[in-house]
Design a protein around this ligand. Structure first.
Ligand code: FUB
Length: 450
């Protein structure tokens, strides 16, 4: 059997377990930020924070974060995410200032069948040092989706944000958090009290904001990953060490600064079904205001020496998309340099998603890893519009690959759904290319295969 055949068969074998439709952002009906992803009970849970546009008349700092509560989301395939609703809210935690909308980046970890959710927020009373500031609290549940019961008080001795917890191989739990520096302290077995005094981790960059630590262990190495402002905005960096408390050595950059200027980034890494993923955020649904962010996922790879390859953010996200699903071309894998652009469907409601415009002959867009389950010579369904009527070619596997269909887009101001017969497609994974066949601009929302 030649390699190509073997590869296609191998993909076919793997696909049923990974029927994934994960495009970025992954949460499409609300803002979500600071994602901590955890593998729990064979699924992936994401514990993000929740940005909202600031409600009026609340005396809130202008153009700042406004974060009232936390939801938890879960998925088996990283494509379909279930929102389990609000798990902790500023109105229901005794120590939190319920007018502060300051429920920043959280974490959650399982120990002995209990789920410990760590979250920062502004305190409603000053501590022994006279400071109100940020505390970090814990809420405990029997299941990842809750219900969570918040502890009466924030963790004593902690003044900071962005908690992260690592349970080491010997069972010792460590709390990391940031406040200028990144700090580490041992937690007691009960997970709600410090066992040691927090210590600032040494050898990290001194200039530029550091926050959002996320620590994990892989092959005996400890990775301290965190957003850091090396230049003007945050990028994701990491340091490596041989123990949870360091010493750590600065090693590299996981993700560069956002090209479109989202000031923050905040992340987590997991290994799930033998693949590593980076969860991070970007202000896709709110390009004008970068404090309304959205969670994204991309695949992450290690080098043989344990260092991390830089992740280039994509719109396509991860995994396999079923051909019968709605393929949002605007979440593309590649796009031609000329004539292809992406815009919101409705600028007054960005959650309505995006559309692709192909403005001239030869402009193209591609979307990879589409799974055709069985030999298919059915129809392609296209939601598209063209003021003067348009024509696109649907090609597979390359921009000049075999033509699956020539699609006439009816003359229409609005998007309309039309169906066109396609040539035979071999079952398996294919990359889809849509190429403008003439100079009449065409707008496409999605395509799907019957
Ligand atoms: O989401 C509020 C703050 O912005 C987080 O706590 C930081 O890590 C940054 O993402």
């Amino acid at each position: 059997m030649n390699f190509k055949k073997y590869f296609i068969l191998a993909l076919l074998y793997v696909v049923p377990a990974f029927t994934v439709l994960a495009q970025n952002p992954i949460i499409r009906d609300q803002f979500s930020a600071d994602p901590t992803a955890r593998v729990m009970n064979g699924k992936v849970y994401v514990f993000p924070s929740h940005d909202i546009p600031a409600p009026p008349n609340k005396n809130l700092r202008e153009n700042w974060f406004c974060m009232p509560d936390y939801h938890v989301f879960s998925s088996e395939d990283l494509g379909e995410w279930t929102d389990h609703g609000v798990i902790v809210s500023q109105n229901k935690v005794a120590w939190v200032d319920s007018t502060s909308y300051s429920m920043w980046a959280p974490d959650c970890i399982e120990r002995n069948g209990k789920y410990y959710f760590y979250f920062p927020a502004n305190k409603n009373v000053a501590g022994p040092n006279g400071r109100k500031g940020f505390g970090i609290g814990v809420a405990v549940a029997d299941k990842p989706e809750g219900p969570y019961v918040p502890e009466e008080n924030a963790i004593e001795g902690v003044f900071g944000i962005d908690p992260n917890v690592l349970i080491d191989k010997d069972g010792q739990a460590y709390l990391y958090y940031s406040m200028g520096n990144i700090y580490v302290a041992k937690l007691k077995e009960n997970m709600t009290e410090l066992a040691t005094k927090p210590v600032a981790i040494a050898n990290l960059p001194e200039k530029g904001m550091k926050e959002g630590p996320f620590v994990f262990e892989r092959n005996g190495k400890y990775y301290l990953t965190f957003p850091h402002v090396e230049n003007d905005t945050e990028r994701l960096e990491y340091a490596m060490g041989d123990s949870p408390e360091g010493p750590f050595t600065m090693t590299g950059v996981i993700m560069d600064e956002s090209e479109t200027g989202c000031w923050t980034n905040h992340h987590s890494l997991i290994e799930y079904n033998d693949q590593w993923y980076l969860f991070y955020h970007h202000n896709d649904y709110s390009p004008q205001f970068d404090k309304n962010r959205s969670v994204c996922i991309d695949s992450l790879f290690f080098n043989a020496d344990g260092t991390i390859q830089k992740v280039i953010p994509t719109k396509r996200g991860v995994g396999v998309t079923p051909a019968s699903g709605k393929i949002q071309l605007d979440r593309y894998s590649a796009i031609s340099e000329n004539g292809a652009t992406i815009a919101f469907n409705d600028t007054t409601n960005t959650f309505a998603g995006w559309k692709t415009t192909l403005a001239n002959k030869g402009a193209w867009i591609s979307y990879n890893t589409v799974n055709f389950e069985k030999k298919n010579s059915g129809k392609v369904v296209v939601n598209a519009g063209a003021l003067n009527g348009g024509k696109v070619e649907l090609r597979i596997d390359a921009v000049d690959g075999p033509v699956l269909a020539e699609i006439d887009v009816p003359e229409s101001k609005e998007m309309t759904v039309s169906k066109t017969k396609i040539n035979k497609v071999e079952p398996g994974i294919h990359n889809i290319f849509v190429v403008a066949a003439n100079d009449n601009p065409v707008e496409i929302d999605w395509i799907s295969f019957e």
